[in-house]
Design a protein around this ligand. Structure first.
Ligand code: GAZ
Length: 265
């Protein structure tokens, strides 16, 4: 048996919360300072992993070389930023750090609304979800206009807040595809932030095609690898590879695709 010398992150490859860690490591030039181990959430969880996490299943989870366990992506970001070489990604000055944290504090409601919107199965509630999503984008817009009206990022470069939000901007490609939704036209500063984030070289771990194909089941209301009624395989399975599958129908409120139509069997 070999002893681990670097932290191990257990993760779901396409999960936005573990992508945050990959982005941070890339920004610090420390991609190999952490060992990533893939967990397939469509299969029963390894009992040893469950024991380590006191029965909890949410990922990412980090195991330090001495066996201690840390969870919550924002906590892991801070820990890795503070312990690894490569210079701090988070802001150094107390006021700037406070501004950065205020923006990061908006990630929870923003993420939840995007997921609840894509998972909604009731066409009559579509407009209400759109209005809520619009309001959250406008709130980000106002914040960015206040703190850095001329720039692309929150500060002068892609930093911690961008590492937190960019994976969500990428997941929200599913709102464009399955809901025909994009951020409001008047949220100009937020749009510029999003485009700069999406284009950054440190944030290219997933593609739009991968997100749209893997998250088909989310668009039908089935999250986290759950099985849609009448299907035998989740759209989140790793084989067949998403590249070999056809693009799903964007009509999420219409007829549901079969395993075969999705290229899953
Ligand atoms: N707060 C945690 C963090 O690390 O930041 C969240 C971690 C988390 O939710 N991980 C999910 C997980 O491991 C995968 S990503 N699930 C497997 C399990 O057994 O718990 C987000 C949503 C949502 C549905 C799904 C997700 C998502 O709303 O991306 O809202 C934000 C899951 C319905």
């Amino acid at each position: 048996m070999t002893t681990a010398t670097r932290p191990i992150v257990y993760h779901i490859p396409v999960c936005p919360f573990s992508q945050r860690l990959e982005i941070l490591l890339g920004l610090k030039g420390q991609r190999d300072a952490v060992e990533f181990r893939t967990v397939d959430i469509t299969k029963p969880r390894d009992p040893e992993l469950l024991r380590k996490a006191n029965g909890t299943t949410a990922l990412p989870m980090m195991e330090l070389p001495d066996g201690r366990i840390l969870k919550e992506s924002l906590v892991l970001l801070d820990y890795l930023d503070e312990t690894l070489p490569g210079g701090p990604i988070r802001r150094a000055a107390p006021y700037d750090r406070a501004v950065e944290r205020m923006l990061i504090a908006k990630e929870g409601p923003f993420a939840t609304q995007g997921y609840v919107f894509v998972m909604n199965a009731d066409p009559e509630r579509r407009a209400a979800h759109q209005a809520k999503m619009d309001a959250l984008w406008r709130d980000l817009d106002t914040f960015l206009v206040q703190h850095n009206p001329q720039g692309d990022f929150l500060f002068d470069r892609f930093g911690l807040a961008e590492a937190v939000f960019t994976p969500l901007f990428m997941r929200f490609w599913f709102l464009g595809y399955y809901e025909g939704y994009d951020l409001p036209a008047d949220a100009i500063r937020a749009r510029r932030w999003r485009e700069a984030c999406l284009a950054h070289p440190a944030a290219q771990q997933v593609t739009r095609e991968e997100i749209v194909k893997l998250y088909y089941d989310y668009a039908l209301g089935a999250g986290n690898g759950a099985l849609v009624e009448g299907r035998t395989r989740s759209s989140f399975v790793f084989t067949p590879d998403w590249r070999e599958r056809p693009w799903p129908s964007p009509d999420k409120y219409g007829r549901r695709a079969t395993d075969a139509e999705l290229g899953l069997v």
